[in-house]
Ligand binder design. Structure first.
Ligand code: ASP
Length: 284
């Protein structure tokens, strides 16, 4: 039996002005969610657990995923989410899906299908076929943010979970409303193997600027390096070093098959929480 572990993140701060109040609210929300997720992991697989955690994070309007997602430049919310099951080595994801409550649950439905990633209208049609009804994920706060962003700098924020279960299986899930105010058609890293990846050796979920994360192939690189024998710490450090030449803006959470948990960000401000049998830590 493996000693299970779970780590979640609430992304970088996505508001234009991050107050101490928002930070504390996000930390409190993560504390609550990591405890629920930990309890869930005791009787469920890593795969089920990461989906469970992302659903809770998507439903919390504080985070930029599901309800409370960032609004794109044309005033529409388009969300992306993906799952990577380290046991079956299957990845599934939805890109730029509109008007559903939980994109991660749509990605889950795809895990058993032959097609791995669906985008836009196709993703929405699939969701409706699977019984996911219309849902408006806009919140008052995001609408205000959008109005301000019409003339200002955009920041980021996303959610994710990596879990190692009692059987030693790893999984990673990530969900996002995107970086905010993006050009219509822009593709986030969150539903690619650069943003979310797991196998039998390691699982990684990322947040940050999707373009930098894709440029650095962040999650896939870390997982591959651990698979090939590097320690998790070395794999993460080397991958972050490779972001330096282009000042890549990224944050990760990761767990390896031995239960080592790690978080790292290139620029401070990611909020995250980790838990195993011995520790519970909330950071941000
Ligand atoms: N990585 C996400 C994206 O670029 C945003 C984020 O993590 O905050 O779509």
């Amino acid at each position: 039996m493996t000693t299970p572990a779970v780590i979640i993140h609430g992304g970088f701060f996505s508001e234009l002005t991050t107050s101490q109040e928002t930070k504390t609210a996000k930390q409190n929300a993560l504390r609550h969610i990591i405890r629920q997720t930990w309890a869930f992991l005791q009787t469920h697989s890593a795969l089920e657990t990461t989906i469970f955690a992302c659903t809770l994070l998507e439903d919390d309007p504080l985070f930029n995923a599901g309800t409370g997602s960032q609004i794109q430049s044309d005033g529409v919310i388009r969300m992306s989410a993906s799952i990577c099951d380290g046991e079956s080595q299957k990845f599934s994801g939805v890109i730029n899906i509109e008007n559903v409550k939980n994109p991660i649950l749509v990605a889950e439905k795809l895990l058993s299908r032959e097609d791995r990633i669906l985008a836009g209208e196709g993703a929405l049609n699939f969701a409706r076929e699977q019984g996911f009804g219309p849902f408006d994920t806009r919140t008052e706060l995001r609408i205000q943010d959008y109005e301000q962003k019409k003339s200002e700098l955009v920041k980021t924020g996303t959610v994710g979970c990596v879990a190692l279960d009692h059987q030693g299986r790893l999984a990673a899930s990530t969900s996002t409303g995107g970086k905010g105010f993006e050009i219509v058609g822009r593709v986030s890293d969150s539903a690619t193997v650069a943003g979310n990846y797991a196998n039998a050796f390691c699982g990684v979920s990322t947040t940050g600027v999707g373009e930098d994360i894709v440029n650095g192939a962040v999650a896939a690189k870390i997982v591959t390096r651990v698979t090939d024998g590097m320690s998790l710490q070395q794999a993460v450090d080397k991958t972050f070093k490779e972001l330096l030449p282009f000042d890549g803006f990224a944050g990760i959470i990761a767990i390896d098959h031995q239960g080592n948990m790690m978080q790292k960000d290139s620029h401070p401000n990611i909020v995250y929480a980790m838990k195993n049998a011995g520790t519970e830590e909330i950071f941000g």
